[in-house]
Design a binder for this molecule. Sequence first.
Ligand code: NDP
Length: 258
Amino acid sequence: MNVMIDLHTFYLLTWIWIGLAVVIFLVLLTGRITAPYGRYTREGWGAFIGNRAAWVIMEIPSLLLFSFFFLSGPVPHDAITWLFFAMWVFHYANRSLIYPFRTRTREKKMPLSVMFMGMFFNLVNASLNGYYLGYIMPVYPEGWWKDPRFLAGFVIYFTGVVINWWADGRLISLRRDNGKEYAIPYGGMFRWVSCPNYLGEMMEWSGFALMAWNLPALSFAVWTVANLLPRALNHHRWYKKHFPEYPADRKAVFPFLL
Ligand code: NDP
C-alpha cells in the first residue's frame, strides 16, 4: 500500500489539526459544553454503548495505527525512535486494553457520538505521529539522548505516567467503597489538585513532545491540554458544587496555581 504524502501537505494538515485543537479548547473553556461521558453523561447525544466497550473501541485505533505507520515506513529506526514506539505502545496498551477493565463502570454508558469523536481524534493523532516517525523523520542526531530537551522530556513523561496511573487507580478504587456514587478523593496528589490524572496525562504528552521535538508530537500535547484542562476545571467546579466540605485550598489541576 502506498501511503506517501508530500512533506508540505503533511505539515499543513498538522497545523490545521493544531488550529482545530485551539478552537475546541476555547469552546470548552467557556464551560458551556462538557464532553458527555462519565459524570456528565446525558441524553441528547444519540444512542448509547457500554462504557467499557466504548473505551476499547475508541482507544485501540491509536495502538494499531501508530504501530502500522511506524513499522511499515521506510525510515530506519534507532534506539531513540524505538523508545518512542515503546512509550506509545505502553501508554495505549494500558488505555485501550487494561484501563477499561479496571474501571468500575460496568452499568455505565457512553453516547456513541462521543465514542466516535474520541475515535476520530485517535485516528488522526496516531496517524500523524506514526507516519512522521515511520515515513518522514530522519534518524535523530548523534547524542540526541544527551540533549536537554530529550532528558527533560524523559523525566516529565515518566513522572506524568506515575501520577496518571496512581490517580486513575485511586479514583477507580473509590468505587469499591462507595458503589456507583462519587466521593471526594484524598491522598497523594489529590491533596493539591482535583484532577491529578489529567495533570499526569498532560505531563506525559508534553514530555513526549519535548523528547521527540517534532510537530505531530506537539499537536498531541496541544490536544491533550485542549481536552483535559477545561475538563479539569469542570470537575473542580462539580466537586465544589456537590460536596460542601470539599477542601477549599485544593486547585483544579496545577498545584497552587489553577
Ligand atoms: P475521570 O477522572 O472523569 O474518571 C476516571 C474514572 O474514575 C472513571 O471510571 C470515573 O467514573 C471514576 N471516578 C472519577 N472521579 C470519581 C469520584 N470522585 N468518585 C468515584 N469514581 C470516580 O477521567 P476520564 O474518564 O475523563 O479519563 C480517564 C483517563 O483517560 C484519564 O487518565 C485521562 O487522563 C485519560 N484521557 C486522556 C485524554 C487525552 O486527550 N489524552 C482525553 C480523555 C481522557 P465515571 O466514569 O462513572 O465518572
